[in-house]
Design a protein around this ligand. Structure first.
Ligand SMILES: *[C@@H]1O[C@H](CO)[C@@H](O)[C@H](O)[C@H]1NC(C)=O
Ligand SMILES: *[C@@H]1O[C@H](CO)[C@@H](O)[C@H](O)[C@H]1NC(C)=O
Ligand SMILES: *[C@@H]1O[C@H](CO)[C@@H](O)[C@H](O)[C@H]1NC(C)=O
Ligand SMILES: *[C@@H]1O[C@H](CO)[C@@H](O)[C@H](O)[C@H]1NC(C)=O
Length: 329
């Protein structure tokens, strides 16, 4: 008797929940951080943004920019202090009325934009910061780069900056001003350990990966709070060296041997929360065919459906939950 009463009460509330008057859940807003040499107003990004809102109608998309002027935004992909850039983006997002009032956001990072979004999660997450639910990165340099080869063949501006930074990677001026230098990583050829110069001078990567003796526990807490972290590596990427950096792997450039993330200290000692995230099923290693950033609509659409769709409150699920609750009474 008691049980059947509870059952009808529960079914009634289930009906109310699923009735047409209850609003459908909206997709979370989407942040996109573009790559080197790109700018937030570029046509390609506008297309990605409209594909995102076509796939999940109602998605509010914010393309991250460091300047409202498109050409200055592009310059900021080569030139700037990444620590300051992430702080600027953090301030802009937390001050945005739509982004800051949403229950969370999703995030999509292209190439270097991927590790910068991760930096944003680590530094700007937490209770009063940005709540990133799912983070997807394409061809990013999470474990740094071992060579500078990031410019398109005809991108002379990019090549100019790269030439400048090759000369003096670890100098304070270069680390404070040239973006790719701040995720360049040098390791000892024999031991595979990061060099002292890198640990002492890297303005961004060594810090955000908690590679120094003193770890920032906030970084690990914030990253482990992601729902999912999905990392795509391009199978035939010859721009990012080594391409396995997109999965936080360490590659021996001489032998080609790859030490996977799960075999590295950053994971085993959980410096940045990746192990915790993995243990709750939130870490995903994906490959995609082709050269660096050869991304078609088909893949993007699948990604948007899988990771950025609103949670489904289907009848089937509601009824299953009710039955489960009744069984537990
Ligand atoms: C750790 O990172 C947080 C977030 O960026 C920062 O507020 C805090 O000062 C850092 N702590 C240390 C010890 O550097
Ligand atoms: C980058 O900016 C931060 C914050 O202003 C500053 O503390 C740091 O020294 C700068 N890095 C370099 C290498 O100049
Ligand atoms: C990288 O490979 C070379 C050539 O096989 C080898 O001599 C070197 O010890 C390797 N380095 C590490 C850290 O395994
Ligand atoms: C990727 O590289 C492999 C081996 O070099 C080649 O067989 C394959 O056709 C390439 N795939 C694409 C999509 O370029």
């Amino acid at each position: 008797m008691l049980q059947s009463l509870s059952l009808s009460a529960l079914l009634l509330s289930a009906r109310v929940l699923a009735s047409p008057s209850s609003p459908p859940s909206d997709p979370l807003p989407l942040l996109i951080w573009h790559g080197l040499g790109d700018n937030y107003a570029a046509d390609g990004l506008a297309e990605v943004a409209s594909l995102a809102s076509e796939t999940n109608p109602g998605t509010y998309v914010y393309i991250i920019r460091l300047d409202e002027d498109a050409s200055s935004d592009r310059t900021a992909t080569f030139l700037g202090n990444v620590t300051e850039q992430i702080a600027t983006v953090c301030a802009a997002i937390t001050a945005d009325p739509i982004l800051s009032s949403a229950p969370g956001v999703n995030a999509l990072g292209f190439s270097q934009g991927g590790q910068f979004l991760r930096g944003l999660v680590e530094r700007c997450g937490g209770a009063n910061g940005i709540q990133v639910r799912n983070l997807v990165t394409f061809g990013s340099q999470h474990n740094g780069i071992a060579k500078y080869q990031l410019c398109k063949p005809t991108d002379w501006l990019c090549k100019g900056y790269i030439g400048l930074l090759k000369a003096n990677t670890w100098g304070a001026w270069v680390q404070g001003h040239l973006v790719p230098a701040q995720y360049f990583k040098a390791v000892d050829e024999d031991t595979g350990e990061p060099t002292d110069e890198y640990l002492a001078n890297s303005n961004f990567l060594a810090d955000i990966n908690n590679e120094r003796a003193l770890k920032n526990v906030t970084y690990a807490q914030n990253l482990a709070q992601l729902g999912n972290f999905v990392m795509y590596v391009f199978e035939n990427d010859t721009t990012v060296i080594p391409k396995e950096t997109g999965w936080f792997a360490q590659t021996n450039l001489t032998s080609g041997d790859v030490v996977e993330l799960r075999d590295r200290d950053i994971y085993k000692e959980d410096w940045i929360g990746l192990k915790k995230l993995d243990e709750k099923g939130g870490l995903h290693f994906k490959t995609i065919e082709g050269e660096h950033m050869t991304l078609g609509d088909k893949v993007l659409k699948e990604v948007f459906k899988e990771w950025f769709a609103p949670p489904k409150a289907s009848w089937k699920k509601v009824v299953e939950d009710v039955v489960q609750e009744v069984l537990e009474l």
